[in-house]
Design a protein around this ligand. Sequence first.
Ligand code: UDX
Length: 449
Amino acid sequence: MQAKKGRHRLVLFPVPLQGHINPMIHLASILHLKGFSISIIHTQFNSPDHSKYPNFAFHSIPDGLLEHQFSTSDLAALVTRLNLNCIRPFRECLASLLSDNEEHVASLITDSIWHFTQDVADSFKLPRIVFRTTSVCSFLAFHALPHFREKGYLPKQDSQLEARVGEFPPLKVKDIPVIKTRFPESLDRIISLMMEGTKAASGLIFNTFKELEDNELMKIGQEFCIPIFAVGPLHKYFPASSSSLLRQDQSAIIWLDKQAPKSVIYVSFGSIAEMDETQLSEVAWGLANSRQPFLWVIRPGLVQNSEELARLPNGFLEAVEGRGYIVEWAPQQEVLAHPAIGGFWTHSGWNSTLESICEGVPMICSPFFGDQMVNSRFVNDVWKLGLQLEKGLDREEIEMLIRRLMTEKEGEEIRDRVMSLKDTINSCLEQGGSSNQSLESFIDYILSF
Ligand code: UDX
């Protein structure tokens, strides 16, 4: 169904983190193509580049963050602060948009993390749709956190880490999605407010697809009595992503052009994960000892308190000369689509996971925190699209897994499974496919308000 252009406006409010901005901008772009006018309210922190989206109206609100609070090292602290600081400016901005009688604002679409927005939407009698940008399986695991605590799985005990969580197969205790923070009680509070805010919303969208998470979608449908829409993978509707906050180094593609087909392992741990120097050294020597060509993203801030490249272990660059290439930030979607790529060693962020599946690239998973732990376990144990590093970052296990994935029959079988899922994705986005139908139902739904 096509919305009549100019008659319905949607207001979207992304969380200012790369892995959340990308899917929200994709959703906005699709809804604009479907005929909606789009307003994006955003914080000053990590502001999207307005010039890339001339069709959207952007409204910047003060987020009250001081420069030393820009860090993503303590996400719970950042999210708590943003949810408090933005209440007043968000309300004022939304009030001013709603007072413009030219267009009917059909609904507010916010990231699930913006829990305070449900009260604001209610006060204006505006339907709020929650967009959860990560997987359904991880959302279910977050939802079960109070239960995990009650059952004594949390705080995690070293002796229990490898034990299975009976009530939540296939999770092991170590996979329960906690996030390191100086304020553990604030994490519980955020999760609980996020769940309450979602249950009170008018609908819930996931960037996933039915064929991958059918069981989990059924479970979430039983827990949350609101309409649920699985419309992903959203980035597939567009050529390579343009909502990057960092400059993507295109020299990575020039280097890949010179490599043999399916020979290169691409290594990237997303936009937030951090490691210490010992872990960096394990990654480096794991890559060197695997003897496999690699493209490695070492993002500014990846290694705590250091200039990353200066901290690479002595002798590493000499050992991998001609076989490896390092960039600060890559055009990831183009990289994954390149014929030279044979595997993706990822932190299992949800966007990276979807982007990998969409290009038929098998994965090695080393999750760092939160939803990544659950995504990784499902990739390894349920969907069988990759191999998980079970010992953290350990050079011997890294070397072994790279070999298994890139050179052995087991890797070929995993690649075949991912390739077949890639075809499934293509059909679910076509007319009549599951995600396409879900998107159409979603549009009908918001037009019914
Ligand atoms: C965060 C959490 O880590 C993740 O678990 C959650 O699902 C979303 O929020 P992030 O660490 O940024 O996300 O990972 P991910 O979800 O994979 O998103 C990273 C995005 O940055 C991807 O769209 C990827 O294409 C892009 N990227 C990454 C680049 O453009 N270049 C790079 O070099 C690396």
